[in-house]
Write a protein that binds this ligand. Sequence first.
Ligand SMILES: *Cc1c(COP(=O)(O)O)cnc(C)c1O
Length: 428
Amino acid sequence: MAKAIGDTAGPGEDRPWSNSLGRGRVPGPRLPQQRVFDDVVGPSTQSVHSGTYIDPVTGAVGTPIFTSSTFEFNEHTYGAFDQGHIRDVPIYGRYGSPNQWVVQEKVAALENAESAVVFASGMAAITTTLLALTNRGGHIVTSRDVYGGSYNLLREDMYQLGRDVTFADATSMDAIVAAVRPQTQVLFFETLTNPLLKALPLAELGEYAERNHLLLVVDNTFLTPYCLRPLELGAHVVIHSATKYLGGHSDVTAGLAVGSRKYMDRLWKQMLKFGGSIDAFPCFLLERGLKTLALRMRAHVANADALAAFLAGHPKVRTVHHPSLPDYGYPAIREICRDGFGGMVSFEVAGGDEAALKLLERLTIPQVATSLGGVESLVSLPFNTSHSFLTEAQRRDIGIEPGLVRLSAGVEDTADLIADIDQALNGI
Ligand SMILES: *Cc1c(COP(=O)(O)O)cnc(C)c1O
């Protein structure tokens, strides 16, 4: 049985850490009514139980939705103001609320971290994190392969804000090291890139960041803590667009940053100023989605693995990009992933973009839409969506060949997805 840890003092009881110099590192924030499990339980148990608020009045087994934007002051509130730990008591919606804390505790448990901050979107998490962890004159090393929103922020806004940015090949340790300068403060990368699913040399990068006193920020949206926990490999902050797998049902926009209490306190202070805080209702949806994270990820992984193998053997398919395949270019990722590589697969159909458009028209199960990580399979073409701002030559330069299809495998029956994609491919 898991042992409950953390702050279990009830209202009016002493919080022993409140007088301790180490209090800034105490995990949380959380309420005494929240369920807390340490890392001896597995990801399914964490998904279901970690963080849940058990209502002491009704005994409700699920977290109530606290829509209140402000909370009555009591001696704890005044104590918190006095002692400077206002992140730990409910005061005001933007500062923290029970529904935010429930989600934060669950994701922190899943990433095996002390703390987390939930945001109104993945981009709010990214802007807040990068600006909190750098300052004027600082330098960031990242890659052109990062999510479009992140790329635009790094390319268009960071310089205005006094941060220099260098874009390096995220798959090459040598290229990353060559980009580092004395002013470098943050390395920012994604665990698997979009749409070609190139992997980061994460274990080496974690050691390098440690040796060189650099902060490593990793966007783990594509893999989730079910597949990979970057903090255990030396990352300092993990980012999620919870709009994707963590929410899992394409019905909520949210983001998270996860890490030690020290870094999360820093990000939280920045979030208070930038204002990317999230309301109770999307937190409720996110908590509900997270309860089945492990269950869903098992199905996403099984479908993506099966589809990658099927596509690799199909005569109408030229290339398949997936970490499970023998010819995948970055096999080191297999040694660090706990169970599979998420649900994304990308592949090139013979006949180029025209053939790819025909494929999309013929599919009956996957829906043609952007985004990923929901229970429904989604399919899109980089050439007319995420990478439409590039010319065909520029796309080829970064490995996006004509006919490339990006598929987010949902949790439908594997045989149905294969049959549907097979008929669609055979008809083009
Ligand atoms: C979607 C996405 C984001 C942005 O998240 P939003 O919730 O849409 O703001 C950031 N990183 C990755 C890898 C994404 O897929």
